[in-house]
Design a protein around this ligand. Sequence first.
Ligand code: ADP
Ligand code: GLC
Length: 486
Amino acid sequence: MNKLKILFVTSEIAPWVKTGGLGDVCGVLPQALRELGIDVRLLVPYYPALAQAFPAAKRIAELGDLGGKLPPAILRQAKTASGLPLLLLDCPTLFDRPGNPYLDADGRDWQDNALRYGLLSRVAALLGSDANPLPWQAQLIHCHDWQTALAPAYLKYLGGARARTLITVHNLAFQGLFGAAMLAELGLPPQAWQIDGVEYHGYLSFLKGGLQHADWITSVSPTYAREIQTDAEGMGLAGLLRWRSEQLSGILNGIDDDLWNPATDPQLKVNYAAGNLRGKAANKRALQQRMGLAEDSRMPLLGIISRLTEQKGLDLLPPLAAEIAALPAQLAVLGSGDRELEQAFRAMAQKHPGQFAARIGFDEGLAHLIEAGADMFLMPSRFEPCGLNQMYSLRYGTPPVVRSTGGLADSVVDCIPATLASATANGFAFKAPTATALLSAIRRAILAWHEPAIWRQLQHNGMQRDWSWRAPARQYAELYRRLAAA
Ligand code: ADP
Ligand code: GLC
């Protein structure tokens, strides 16, 4: 049987380039698909981190004349340790920059992001067209978020035979909006400037181009796939998404259950598993030590690991500082993002030393220790397409306290008598995006934490469910087959 050939195209791949869950997903899902017998190759910019990891990546094609002001580039090839073939888009003028892939050192978008991700999309389209210079021809191009969303648009306007296209929406809040002048610079034809093309209220929208022209659209949880079709959550694209609802579905993300496994995680002080949770106490102590919190096992410890942005609802917490301190509870925050929120968490920690602690920055090792050492994990997101941290915490026996939205609603089962009876309860969920609702969920969680039998049941229910990519990868594989056959 011929293997299905899929080109994955992404702007992030963990562990090398990651600003959030997109990197995690693109770092693991392709491997899970390969294990199902699918020939997946992954196209990603040759950022410095990848150039360092794969210095000997072989040149396999010279790409010139891509239209507009898109610069020429080189395509290189390498393989990850687990055997995933990488196609590395080498264009030093656009991608040889350190740090965050999207932002300069001052936290501003790179001015030429349209060209940078336009080139990535354009090259994906080239590989899916009949002008493909490689001996390997993809049957389907799987795009992720705005950074690669122009690929289906390019394919449509290039004409000729083409691969099928799928776009996964990881976050509708990021749409890739640029000035109208970019149309020509990106080498898109004038007829693309239409309401059913890439034009969006006078701007050129990468994401709209993908949502309009991809053969299929997925989002990263069934609930978010429904939410984005409502005016309240559709971020201006609900009408288009409703129009495409027959070709739109939700597949809940999985997690890398080798990397996030409390039984083997090298970042933990003591490894542990569902059958033996005693090791969790030592991780709590280690976390308290590392973050300068009082080493008190009787104090419930709330953990947070997050981008600090409006999406995550963490602005609800600083106004609750006095109430949380009085519960009493400890709080360990790891995150970075909005300067104001960073400052608010620093101030909370200064005002309540030993009880609240904040680490501003990105720290993978500490993230693992928080998942293991915290008693419960907070995610009061305003919206959450999927969310991975709540699944990591479920796997680590750290019941999450979440706002019931998107993927949080699809993974966290609120602890109430009925869900305890059915052995499905695994955390705490609240509805209103308010500080009061959050506080009352935290209170409920702390009450349950003081009831060891209930708490152990919550931990077990979370730890025993399969959060891996195995089932979701099969759903993607089935969708690929259906699209490729159409
Ligand atoms: P999002 O992609 O919206 O940021 P997710 O929950 O899907 O949210 O994924 C976030 C990923 O980024 C997780 O792997 C999480 O551990 C990681 N992460 C976020 N902030 C930090 C941080 N400050 N330090 C370490 N890891 C972080
Ligand atoms: C986005 C979303 C997050 C999701 C991640 C991976 O960053 O904000 O909810 O888990 O993508 O799909």
